[in-house]
Design a protein around this ligand. Structure first.
Ligand code: PLP
Length: 430
């Protein structure tokens, strides 16, 4: 038995893997990873794989990044973690100050995963209206195709059937509006909804510019700008779920910035996670306005936001986030990515023009396209063919996407493009 096979056998006997029908692993093996460096993952038999999906959209500056590791090593000598209720520490303060400056929001509230940040934003919004004497504002509006995580509240505003349907009876019914493929029509629908039902609606939650789990569906920043105006007009909060889009993925530090130059799409709540620690440690954060914070600030304990998680604001995770922000600053990553993305566009040109490719699209550092002749097993076939070629790519339905760490170079990006072309041309029926 190879080292890979032994590790896979142990994993299948002991680990329940996420987002997986475990029985499928009888036929499609797990990818056993021994170590990783830069954009490359190495298995136990020494074969390497290019991480084309940034390890589920979290890794920004490569695996084994020396700068993030040095910061963590230093933090380990000082403080790993303390409870954040009734106590505080330097990394969480510095991170909150810096995120506040970067977003124009503040009062950073921490958790560990994206879904927890979404739960926090939903609860805060509802509780804000309750504290303001309007408890009837308790419904949430989400976009068709929206994805916000797997916990019960987050699934309630999620619209991806495969994740949601089994739990339907557990979920509070929420309101769904059209994906803004046609901005005018989507805004007209939102306006009509808010006009009629604003008295019962707490917030609209969106993934700004790109719906990730729905298959990298991209839409115009104009929608965000107009939705912001409507939310203000009808006294409904706007929650920007920037868990996937944040930290440079869409070409700006936060996708919401693109609504216009003056930041007018600023949300009432911004949810951050994934890239926040450069892919090193679980951390999520909700930032909000002084107005929201003020509604909780009171002598009465019950009017406070009593939500908590044991690892809230972990010092180690905050330190990884600070090191990540340092890299953004010192390497002028947003500007460098803009130049890099144009070069990558040229490399991807053969894909864009290929007869088996439809709906080619890019936003910032996300490239996506659809297979023009989709069939039921396409995503799995593509994934396995990519793995054979040493590429980690996980299509969503018929949509293939590249979301590499920002440190990939032109040769590595070309491997993703050329590998994908070969795979498409070798699929059954071609
Ligand atoms: C937009 C968005 N929101 C929320 C989540 C949930 O984050 P987590 O998986 O860390 O709970 C994700 C994860 O993919 C996401 O893409």
């Amino acid at each position: 038995m190879s080292d890979n096979a032994a590790i896979v056998a142990r994993s299948l006997a002991s680990v329940w893997h996420p987002c997986t029908q475990m029985k499928h692993h009888e036929r499609w093996p797990l990818l056993p990873i021994a170590r990783a460096e830069g954009a490359w993952l190495y298995d136990f038999d020494g074969k390497r794989y290019l991480d084309g999906v940034s390890s589920w959209w979290v890794n920004l500056f490569g695996h084994a990044n020396p700068r993030i590791q040095a910061a963590l090593a230093d933090q380990l000598t000082k403080l790993e973690h303390i409870m954040l209720a009734g106590a505080t520490h330097q990394p969480v303060i510095e991170l909150s100050e810096r995120l506040g400056k970067l977003t124009g929001l503040g009062h950073a509230f921490y958790a560990s995963d994206g879904a927890s940040a979404v739960e926090i934003a939903l609860k805060m919004s509802f509780h804000y209206w309750r504290n303001r004497g309007r408890p009837e504002k308790c419904r949430f509006v989400g976009l068709e195709g929206g994805y916000h995580g797997e916990t019960i509240g987050a699934l309630g505003v999620t619209d991806v059937a495969i994740f949601r349907d089994a739990y339907g009876p557990l979920l509070t019914p929420q309101i769904r509006v059209a994906f803004p493929g046609d901005v005018d029509a989507a805004i007209a629908e939102l306006a009509a909804l808010l006009k009629e039902r604003h008295h019962e609606i707490a917030a609209l939650i969106v993934e700004p510019l790109v719906q990730g789990a729905a298959g990298m569906r991209m839409y115009s920043p104009l929608y965000l700008k107009m939705a912001r105006t409507l939310c203000t007009q009808f006294e409904v909060h706007l929650i920007a779920d920037e868990i996937m889009t944040g930290f440079g993925r869409t070409g700006t530090l936060f996708a919401s910035e693109q609504a216009d130059g003056a930041g007018n799409a600023r949300a009432d709540f911004m949810c951050l996670s994934k890239g926040i620690t450069g892919g090193y440690l679980p951390l999520s954060c909700v930032l909000t306005t002084d107005e929201v914070y003020g509604a909780f600030y009171d002598d009465d304990t019950a009017r406070g936001f009593l939500h908590s998680h044991s690892y809230t604001g972990s010092a180690l995770a905050c330190r990884a986030a600070l090191a990540t922000l340092d890299i953004f600053e010192s390497d002028d990553v947003i500007a460098a990515n803009a130049v890099k993305a144009l070069r990558f566009d040229a490399i991807a040109a053969p894909l864009r023009q290929h007869p088996l490719v439809s709906n080619y699209r890019r936003c910032g550092m996300i490239w996506a396209f659809d297979y023009a002749k989709p069939y039921a097993g396409f995503a799995r076939d593509f994934f396995l063919a990519a793995e054979l070629r040493g590429l980690l790519l996980r299509p969503i339905g018929a949509s293939v996407y590249f979301m590499p760490p920002y440190i990939v170079n032109e040769e590595e990006f070309a491997l993703l493009v050329n590998g994908s072309l070969q795979i498409l041309e070798g699929l059954p029926g071609q």
